[in-house]
Design a protein around this ligand. Sequence first.
Ligand code: NAD
Length: 251
Amino acid sequence: MSSDTFDGLVAIVTGGASGIGAAIASMLRDRGADVAVLDLDPSTAPEGTLPVTADVTSDASVRAAIDTVTSTWGRVDIVVNNAGIGAQGTVEDNSDEDWHRVYDVNVLGVVRTTRAALPYLRLSPSAAIVNVSSIAATAGLQQRALYSATKGAVQSLTVAMAADHVREGIRVNCVNPGTVATPWVDRLLDSATDPAAERAALAARQPHGRLVTAEEVAGAVAYLAGRGSGSTTGTSLAVDGGMSGLRLRPA
Ligand code: NAD
């Protein structure tokens, strides 16, 4: 992977005040981008980024946030659609209301942010969109029907948007993280009866024997956002310790 510099470019990271998004925002900032963090609560956005309060479930909120970014820096070159929420259960467990609520963030959030940013991306000489999907899109994880369907939709959208905008010079790719050590996973583990044992078991279930780090996901996003991947569009990059690509069997 190249270590592109993003000097002179403006990046937007949704959900950039925590976990994976914060690592992405920090890495793009460190490599020279002006970074805006669009988040429900941007108070924990990484230092040196522009914190912008935004709710990706509201078209007006997203448009106002992009207006803030463009009136500050006059351009948008990179959009990282990272904001997302989880859901557990089978199709019997989640109500229609649950489906609408999670789909609204995980899928329509991508649509709204992309739609508002496209007029600016068209003006950029190095426009890139990176969506944060998940291995859940295709892994067949148990008790994750709704979440998996939203992440599958993000993958499909990635390919469809890549096709629609390739001739405009806008690349669209996605990353599929495995299990990443973030506050999200901490919250899930904290609800277990023995969080430490559950954390160790979770690490042991990963092919490479540990959780993925948010910085590793950020590295993949930076690659896909950068000029070094200028001929790559419509693809998904797994960052999962081999979870989706390997066919490991017990020795
Ligand atoms: P996180 O909960 O630590 O951070 C998510 C951020 O998104 C928070 O800052 C939150 O305020 C923000 N957010 C939530 N709803 C929002 C909304 N409506 N508008 C604006 N911001 C909103 O989560 P994370 O683990 O860093 O996950 C980030 C992304 O990575 C999500 O899309 C998630 O599905 C994906 N992902 C996570 C993992 C994992 O193991 N942690 C694995 C695969 C994919």
